[in-house]
Design a protein around this ligand. Structure first.
Ligand code: IPM
Ligand code: MG
Length: 358
């Protein structure tokens, strides 16, 4: 029996719809296993811009920092596209990651056997199942480097700097190697060291960290080749270790080859148990408020929270099993339904998961 304080950033677009469902799953877990989850809604993103004129109010950040973990829906949308760079809803997400020290983003790209036909890649290439873990650096690199406008030889120009310190590379490499030790013991580190100095530095530090993990098979790949290899032979990957920017791009690609970005969770972690749990999908403004969104990504995100922040492995397993059973029983939201299949609403899909939870 334990009490956990969870800050909920429902955010924008489909965020509120999907987090509403994952909260129901957590509540049910609480009642089965005798835990109390105390939810506090926190205003951030476009919703905060509209209501209080800034994307990450100080009080929101304070509530997140004082919680045991943060459950995020999604932020952003076309409505706020005109805002200056430092005020956009996305800055709330980046601000939270930075202020909470969440340097490691774990993004599993998994194909559920029940959905092996959903992949846009031919079955002889993708196989019946796929299990890749992307370990993306999350608080450094070009996302947080110096940026600005200046006058150059050809007139006004804009710049964003990619910089990585040894400390930043070392700690994310350790995260990747430790994760790989519990999996197939393969790490592919992805950089652009044929062109970038930061890439050469990245590679040399990763090699050095690898000395402490003699059992791990380490490969290095240039990012352009990695983008190709993910399509050509995805089965070669176990753990992918990469920078903030390359991880952003490759995790969308990896998600897409699994067939539905609506199924994939992610965990953003730092050096304490405080984490932020973010579905990989965005705010999907085109389907927001229509009960079309798949809540499974948010539900599996809640499972990751139980596992990584609260060490409730049995409870996390139970959610993952319930999701698997729900998919096996043929339940489908629009994004994963094939022709002729009944399409469930966001809430109905969660109802099914709750039934399978017992
Ligand atoms: C992601 C998103 C974010 C990112 C955006 C919304 C700032 O694309 O989590 O992958 O670029 O990190
Ligand atoms: Mg992204």
């Amino acid at each position: 029996m334990a009490d956990f304080k969870i800050a909920v950033v429902s955010g924008d677009g489909i965020g509120p719809e999907v987090t509403r469902e994952s909260r129901r799953v957590l509540e049910k877990i609480g009642s089965i296993y005798n835990h109390t989850f105390e939810f506090t809604e926190v205003l951030a993103g476009g919703a905060a811009l509209d209501q209080v004129g800034e994307c990450l109010p100080k009080s929101s950040l304070e509530t997140c920092l004082a919680s045991d973990s943060v459950l995020l829906g999604a932020v952003g949308g076309p409505k706020w596209e005109g805002y200056p760079g430092d005020q956009r809803p996305e800055m709330a997400l980046l601000g939270l990651r930075k202020a909470m020290g969440l340097f490691a983003n774990l993004r599993p790209a998994i194909i559920h056997p029940a959905l092996s036909d959903a992949s846009p890649i031919k079955t002889n290439i993708i196989g019946k199942s796929l299990d890749i873990l992307i370990v993306r650096e999350l608080t450094g690199g070009i996302y947080f480097g110096e940026r600005g406008r200046r006058m150059g030889a050809l007139g006004e120009e804009a710049y964003d700097v990619e910089a990585y310190s040894e400390t930043e590379i070392r700690r994310i490499a350790v995260t990747a190697f430790e994760a790989a030790m519990k999996r197939k013991k393969r790490v592919t580190s992805i950089d652009k060291s044929n062109v970038m100095e930061s890439g050469r530095f990245w590679r040399s530090i990763v090699k050095d960290v690898a000395k402490n993990y003699p059992e791990i098979e380490l490969n290095h790949m240039f990012v352009d080749n990695a983008a190709m290899q993910l399509i050509k032979s995805p089965q070669q990957f176990d753990v992918i270790l990469t920078t903030n920017m390359f991880g952003d791009i490759l995790s969308d690609e990896a998600a897409m080859i699994t067939g539905s970005i609506g199924l994939l969770p992610s965990a953003s972690l730092g050096s304490s148990t405080l984490g932020m749990y973010e579905p990989v999908h965005g705010s999907a403004p085109d389907i927001a408020g229509q009960q079309k969104a798949n809540p499974i990504s948010s539900i599996l995100t809640a499972a990751m929270m139980l596992r990584y922040s609260f060490a409730l492995n049995e409870e996390a397993d139970a959610i993952e099993r319930a999701v698997e059973d729900t998919l096996n029983s043929g339940c489908r939201t629009e994004d994963i339904a094939t022709e002729g299949e009944t399409v469930l609403t966001t809430k109905q899909m969660c109802d099914e998961v709750l039934k399978h939870l017992g």
